[in-house]
Design a protein. Sequence first.
Length: 285
Amino acid sequence: MLSRPGIGISRRMRVAPSNKAFFLQLPLCALIVFGLAAFGSTTVVSAQEPAKPQPQTQPQTQPSPSPAALPPADQAPSATAPPAPVALYNLLQKKSIVFPDIAYSTERLSAGQKFKLSVDNSVSVDSFTWALLGSAVGQAADSPTGYGQEWGGYGKRFGSDMARQASGEFFGTFLLASALHEDPRFYAEIHPKFFHAVKYSLQRVFIMRSDDGRDIVAWSRLGGPLMAEGLANVYWPDRNRTVGDTLFRYGLDLASRAGGNMLREYWPVLLAKISHAPRPVAGGN
């Protein structure tokens, strides 16, 4: 029995997008699997192994700013130049328009400081860069389809990306982090090794510090983007407001956070080279 041409074409048109969506979802599934594995390994180790004293000369990847990088309490700091890690993070503080959430001190943030950090993150160079690149990729892939592919469509994509990031920062960095007493800053490491930096960057999607310095589940980092994507359905095109589309955007948010963490890990080293500053050392003495 001969099949009608129209039916065959319509079936191919329905199958192709599903295959494309399937292949796009593979890296998101891999990210979630690796993140859960890293989260599980960290929680098991912290629950089973007793705390061990860390020698002063051995660690090479301590979170920054490390208390070991500061001069002893009974020793006056040098009048000519502070220790390299302290000087480096003082420089990071001045360059915070790129990554405002990199921690340069361990001082506890107030709710007002978390709100200011959410605003700084929303208008940072990092946010603008991700929005420009994401809008270009969406323009090339015609995603979301409701915006079209002319220059007006690119403007709509860029505006919606900036709005999603701003609302995610408000919900995560300020609202949830304040309510749950979580520290929304990223603690970069000194001299990170590549594979350790990859593991640490994935872990910090699912794990963060509390206000009192403990490692806890990163509810604000996980919940903020999800709430932002739910809010985005108010201004997202009608045809792209499905549950599947919302969860797909949420997965991309987590993947971009993991990639951004890698940049944050190496940003102190890159900034030191750009600024011709001395390379940070693992100790402060």
